[in-house]
Design a protein around this ligand. Structure first.
Ligand SMILES: [Zn+2]
Ligand SMILES: [Zn+2]
Length: 288
């Protein structure tokens, strides 16, 4: 059914709309064979708090961005190749319901849908796209994934030493290997994590030890530690937490519009044999 949509005018029109909404803040999305499979708002767990993000599922990429004006203007575009994506369902916990993880080698995060049905639809559509892609390319999904960061407010003390209380001066840091929130001294070392960056990244002392052991095992492999283990890197620059430079989510802070009050159900195009335009699940359970 995707094939039938490839050349469809409706598909091209939809993709042009998405490009339009991102304007110059986004990259060109129209491409031979690319199909917009679905779109909708999901709540993305960011470092400080959950935030509404507009998601577009294509048959080969997942695109999301900040909502400046609902359905009109988006920015801060992120493009994730679906070949690299692995999904992991999350159990409902308190207010965090209908969630799942989107994991890739370079970045992993949790998203939440408004209802269980929408979660099912999203996950099924994404999984289907990944499956089709991998079948076509014959590639294997990546086995290593970036850590999901523990949100700041879930740790009031360092998760490694269990002593340091976080304050304005004692800022929080994130281990890039396990995602823990740790204090400066407990994350004073860096390690090269290939999937995530070419530069060594901040890791907690526990991960540093484990990673160092792994590295020692292959006999003639030189250690790739760029910072000598005996000399922890002092937290010079501003001593302040994860600086915005390495904080993946800092860019999310300029949220302008709150889209929480009214919820639009996600739209998936080309499901079943219904006509595309009328297929927006309007008869399914109400979000409220
Ligand atoms: Zn600590
Ligand atoms: Zn760690």
């Amino acid at each position: 059914m995707v094939d039938r949509l490839v050349n469809s005018e409706a598909n091209s029109r939809r993709i042009a709309m998405v490009e339009n909404c991102f304007g110059s803040s986004g990259q060109p999305l129209a491409e031979q064979g690319r199909v917009l499979v679905g779109e909708g708002v999901l709540t993305k767990m960011c470092r400080k708090k959950p935030k509404s993000r507009q998601f577009f599922l294509f048959n080969d990429i997942l695109v999301y961005g900040n909502i400046v004006i609902n359905k009109k203007k988006y920015n801060k575009q992120h493009v994730i190749p679906l070949e690299e994506v692995k999904l992991e369902s999350l159990k409902d916990e308190g207010y965090n319901r209908n969630g799942w993880l989107i994991r890739t080698a370079s970045k992993s995060f949790a998203v939440y849908a408004a209802t269980a049905t929408e979660k099912e639809e999203w996950m099924a559509h994404i999984e289907k796209c990944i499956e089709d892609l991998l079948r076509k390319s014959g590639k294997q999904p990546p086995s290593e994934h970036a850590a999901v960061w523990v949100p700041d407010n879930e740790a009031s003390i360092c998760m490694h030493c269990k002593k340091t209380q976080f304050t304005v001066l004692n800022r929080r840091h994130h281990c890039r290997k396990c995602g823990s929130v740790v204090c400066g001294p407990c994350s004073s070392k860096k390690f090269l994590l290939r999937g995530q960056s070419d530069k060594p990244l901040r890791v907690c002392l526990q991960c540093f030890d484990e990673l160092s052991k792994e590295r020692v095992r292959p006999p003639n492999q030189p250690q790739t530690l760029t910072n000598s283990p005996s000399k922890p890197v002092p937290d010079t620059a501003g001593s302040g937490g994860d600086s915005s430079a390495d904080d993946d989510d800092s860019e999310d802070d300029d949220e302008r519009v709150n889209t929480e009050e009214k919820h639009d159900e996600p739209k998936f195009y080309g499901d079943g044999e219904k006509t595309e335009e009328s297929n927006n699940h309007s008869s399914k359970e109400s979000a409220k």
